[in-house]
Design a protein around this ligand. Structure first.
Ligand code: CP
Length: 299
């Protein structure tokens, strides 16, 4: 693995290798018994807001022994007109091993990875537009495996703003490859008909019925130009203690808009705890991704 572009670019064996290594890190990091520290470096280039992904990549880098550098676009020479590719070329020359990139332009990381340039820099997609967020899907898969043992044959319901969600798209790609039955539930204005691997069920009660896992999604205000009828949305689509099946685990990639997509009291209950566990699992999964890329490409 030289880059992590999207879920499509990973084989099932590579996905399982990542989750197995993440499990190793989850077992060993708290005890301080992990493998020898690495001498590489990561650059975190976030052009969209982030809390979980940026911090967990930085934490993962540091736990592996990497130096992690945050790139501040507002103080960088991009504002003086330097292009993104030239920026990466210079970060490579300065000695960065892995560039972790969040960007609004879809297909951007793949486009950069195809540039014919003799550099050792690896690229990792940390969330790209509305199209892909591979490390979120990997950590969600890891979390699901921990709680459900396997996703094969399991009903996983994703509720909310599907069309603007890169998390939904990467999760549908990954989970259906491992035999999960993914059901998407949203009002018609958040529906994405291109997601043919998932079943669409517009009525929340039916979508939640017999679900093994339920993933809420945030309404992505920053990507929506028209007015969202929030009160009606909450009435029809909010996940609550009263409608969440007893056997289902509750997940959400974050950030959560409390009392919109999930009732606040449910978030604060024991059933809401897996959402913060997802954030914690993100550190181990991202350690695994960075480790496999670094070891695979070390010059
Ligand atoms: N889930 C997720 O990508 O969260 P952040 O935007 O806070 O990184």
């Amino acid at each position: 693995m030289k880059h992590l572009i999207d879920i499509k670019s990973l084989t099932n064996d590579e996905i399982l290798e990542i989750t197995e290594l993440a499990h190793y890190y989850e077992e060993h990091v708290p005890k301080g018994t992990q493998k020898k520290k690495k001498a590489g470096s990561t650059a975190l280039l976030f052009f969209e807001n982030s809390t979980r992904t940026r911090f967990s990549f930085e934490m993962a880098s540091k736990k592996l022994g990497f130096s992690a550098f945050n790139f501040d676009a507002q103080k960088s020479s991009i504002l003086k007109g330097e292009g993104f590719f030239d920026t990466l070329n210079n970060l490579n020359a300065i000695g960065c091993d892995i560039a972790i990139i969040r960007h609004s332009k879809e297909g951007f990381i793949e486009e950069l990875s195809k540039k014919e340039y003799d550099w050792g820099l690896s690229l990792v997609n940390a969330g790209e537009g509305q199209s892909s967020h591979p490390t979120q899907a990997l950590l969600d898969f890891y979390t699901l495996q921990k709680h459900l043992k396997t996703v094969e044959g399991k009903k996983i319901t994703i509720v909310g703003d599907i069309i603007h969600s890169r998390v939904a798209k990467s999760n549908i790609e990954l989970l259906t490859r491992f035999g999960a039955h993914v059901v998407c539930c949203s009002p018609s204005y958040f529906e994405d008909w291109t997601l043919t691997n998932a079943k669409y069920e517009p009525v929340l009660k039916d979508a939640l019925n017999d679900a093994d896992a339920v993933m809420g999604l945030r309404i992505q205000k920053e990507r929506i130009e028209t007015r969202v009828p929030y009160a009606q949305y909450i009435e029809d689509y909010q996940i609550k203690e009263s409608n969440l099946p007893k056997k289902a685990i509750l997940m959400h990639p974050g950030p959560v808009n409390r009392d919109v997509e999930i009732e606040g009291a449910l978030l604060d209950s024991n059933r809401g705890k897996i959402i913060t566990e997802q954030a914690r699992n993100g550190v181990f999964v991202r350690m695994a991704v960075l480790d496999l890329i670094y070891e695979g490409t070390k010059r």
